[in-house]
Ligand binder design. Sequence first.
Ligand SMILES: [Zn+2]
Length: 240
Amino acid sequence: MLTQISPNVYILPFDSHRDRPNLGYIHGEKYSVLVDAGNSEAHLTAMLVAIEEAGLPAPKIALITHWHWDHTFGMHAFPGTTMTHIKTNEILNTITEWEWAPKAMAKRLETGEECEFCDTHMQIEYDNVNDIKVVTADIEFSGDLTLNLGRVTVEVTPVTNPHSDDGAIVFIPEDKVLFAGDADTGDFYKLDGGYDADKFYSYIKTVDKVPYETYIHGHLAPMTRLEVSKLRKEIEEEEL
Ligand SMILES: [Zn+2]
């Protein structure tokens, strides 16, 4: 079921067991936008059904925050236009070549191409890993982007962050809500969940300038600015 965050913003809350992130929905007068496409067709479908059950119009665009499987593997099943940063699309393009079979997946774990946490959760989400389908987005952007949904706008800003080599934050100024992808989290692919301090502080500097009141991380409950600053302190004390 959808949770309403603000007048125009909703989420389908995250599910840690299946590593399903929060999916966002921004309701505009002219058209509506999804934030991230989910970790599978089943996850995306759960979101689309929840939107319909809430009596809201189907989203026309799915905006992708970063390339990780849990945010992108539902893209192929989205019945609209997908959109992401050029770097995200480049990485997705590489992954479209990957074979999804137990042997090939085990090999990628050995070489370090895949992260263990991701592999474990893919096995939980998918009864059959052969069902995994990876596609690139229909539209790619290389700088800041503003979408006018009618009565509500969406500002997309690519950011350097400690979580992945790509990544964009999504801000809805009318509602003061910010979708951060997983940008606060460490890098599970390169640093085993650890943090690059320079990228962490660069990210904070950028995101702190955004006048948000509600902060939505991919795998945590929505936070106030005060709760975000507490999280930052914890990360600084424990990880840096
Ligand atoms: Zn991620």
